[in-house]
Design a protein around this ligand. Sequence first.
Ligand code: AVJ
Length: 316
Amino acid sequence: MAEKLDIVNQILMGLQRTSKEIPYHLLYNKEGSELYEEITKLKCYYPYAAEEALLEQHAGEIAAQIAPKSVLVELGCGTARKTGRLLNAVQSRYGSCRFVGIDVSKSALEKAAVYLEKELKAPKAHEMKFIQAEYMQGLKEVRRLCPENMLCILWLGSSIGNLSQTEAISFLKDVTSAVGYRCQLFLCTDMWKDYKRLFAAYKDDNGLTERFIKNGIRNALNILGQHPSLDEEKDWIYQVEINNYLKQVEMYVCFPSGLQNGEMQVNIRPGERVLVEISRKFTVEDIYHLAHEAGFHVHAAWRNATYGCQMLLPAQ
Ligand code: AVJ
């Protein structure tokens, strides 16, 4: 119950700011997770295929950078559709592989277990575990279960793009406080690129991203006890903006007629918009800078103009 109150307060705080926003994680309720899964199949949504291609191409080399006997830990593993080939590469290099998937979604974890079982070349050589938890709580639990092991923390999908620079730095610092310095971090990031490709990826013609972003708003309002009709929702406008200064895609919902709730805790004026998600993009320099600020160094990297995967080690 305390959690519910927390999230209500978080939403209200975001909606009472001068520039209104909601927490991006509200995008990932059941409908949202399904929509995101569909988005990843769109041709215009290049990050998914770009990451998959890099992992496919370099799985062997990536495995070679993972310390022997490491436990691989995936943050927000979801259905683990991209993890199998890394696990196979680790297993074929070292003979066995230990993996822990962390995700808040129980149903995603169940799918991940089934999917990986199919995908692994030698399932018996893998030890797999799944923890339903938020990232940090999950990491602490992994450290408790494996107090001595080197952990290789996988953070795929350019999920770090949802965090501002300050948030990203403190998140990466939190990782080392949760697990200590016996870890390495495999961090995947989308690269800063031309306006046209970014725009096409986040404003697809099928309107899937629009539905995904509006679903985030709907979820937030539902949590506040508001249930806008589909007719009301038809008036909402999805807006994508490319912020060149912060190198991020910004996704908004604009309310031409405004939106209030009974107690007037929420007062979105006509024409005002709410920021639902940012998706930051990185230059090579940005990645080095972020790693440095967070107390890591870039130990190895596999990149092209579209996408980057890098192995970070604690600078200590
Ligand atoms: C899951 C954060 C990587 O930023 O590209 C996709 C989410 N939002 N389309 C991204 C998203 C709109 C996605 N991440």
